[in-house]
Design a protein around this ligand. Structure first.
Ligand SMILES: NC(=O)c1ccc[n+]([C@@H]2O[C@H](COP(=O)([O-])OP(=O)(O)OC[C@H]3O[C@@H](n4cnc5c(N)ncnc54)[C@H](OP(=O)(O)O)[C@@H]3O)[C@@H](O)[C@H]2O)c1
Length: 264
């Protein structure tokens, strides 16, 4: 039997990770989890001040750097990737988390709401994978592949009540892109999985949680909203030895809401 103790199964010591949108919300939950498991983490988001403040908060958990970049732009994804590669030739873990939502009724839903959401939620994960491939290939081995973790959404698994046309579509496309890349990159020792969160407290979900958070929690089989550890835990699992034989999966982390939805 392989000599794997419980602690090494989830240990990320010596690993180098990039978490986009790691300055708050779900990205910060994931960055904290990876740091506590021993990884060195770079976080990124648009605002320099938010980057500096998040770096300050997260530094109590480990070695964290922050690099501002607007990832809705192709050139900015390439610039961030170049800076990440300048810090290390190997990248073990790429978490494509930065995302945006645009809610507006069908009649007035503007063209910009498609461009802005698809650029960030769908194209930027692809651009980052493309630019960081040499570093991911450099990190992955047969025994311990490099990891790409895309943050999708249960909005792509079931149909949310509030209109979010471009958001739900972008996340469904990201789930499929996850499977497409998993097939291609598996033989190159890189796993590609997606996490589909339910409702977690964050700036993006603040208004929804204020308005109907209690109802959402009451309808979930586990009767609550997501917590920081739920997101940290699934990310550490996917990034560690424990998750090294999964690829092309979409993991719903939603207390059972989408996966047990009744048809009535
Ligand atoms: N919270 C939930 O319940 C939930 C549920 C399902 C899926 N998700 C997904 O989880 C991910 C994180 O969501 P969240 O709820 O944590 O949202 P959030 O609180 O709004 O955080 C979004 C993060 O992305 C960054 N960001 C936004 N636009 C960016 C851009 N153009 N370039 C680079 N960074 C950008 C933000 O920082 P700056 O503003 O400084 O750029 C921030 O760090 C998203 O992909 C979201 O779709 C969330």
């Amino acid at each position: 039997m392989a000599d794997t103790t419980h602690s090494d199964l989830f240990d990320l010591s010596g690993k180098y990770a990039l978490v986009t949108g790691g300055t708050r919300g779900i990205g910060m939950m994931i960055a904290r989890g990876l740091l506590q498991a021993g990884a060195r983490v770079i976080i990124s988001s648009r605002k320099a001040e938010a980057c500096a403040e998040a770096q300050r908060l997260l530094s109590e958990f480990g070695d964290v750097q922050a690099i501002p970049a607007d990832l809705s732009r192709h050139d900015e994804c390439q610039r961030l990737a170049a800076l990440v590669k300048a810090g290390s030739e190997r990248l073990d873990i790429l978490v494509n988390n930065a995302g945006a939502m645009w809610r507006e009724p069908l009649e007035t839903f503007p063209a910009e709401a498609w461009d802005a959401v698809l650029d960030l939620n769908l194209k930027s994960p692809f651009w980052l994978v493309q630019a960081l491939l040499p570093a991911l290939r450099g990190a992955g081995t047969d025994d311990d592949p490099a990891r790409i973790i895309n943050i999708g959404s249960i909005a792509a698994v079931h149909v949310a009540e509030a209109p979010n046309y471009s958001y739900a579509s972008s996340k469904a496309a990201l789930h499929q892109l996850t499977r497409v890349l998993a097939r291609e990159l598996g033989p190159q020792h890189i796993t590609v999985n997606a996490v589909a969160p339910g409702v977690f407290p964050s700036q993006m979900m603040a208004a929804t949680i204020d308005a109907i958070g209690d109802t959402i929690a009451a309808k979930a089989p586990l009767r609550r909203l997501g917590r920081d550890d739920d997101m940290a835990g699934v990310a550490v699992f996917l990034a560690s030895r424990a998750g090294s034989y999964l690829t092309g999966t979409i993991i719903p982390v939603d207390g059972g809401t989408a996966t047990t939805a009744s048809g009535t």
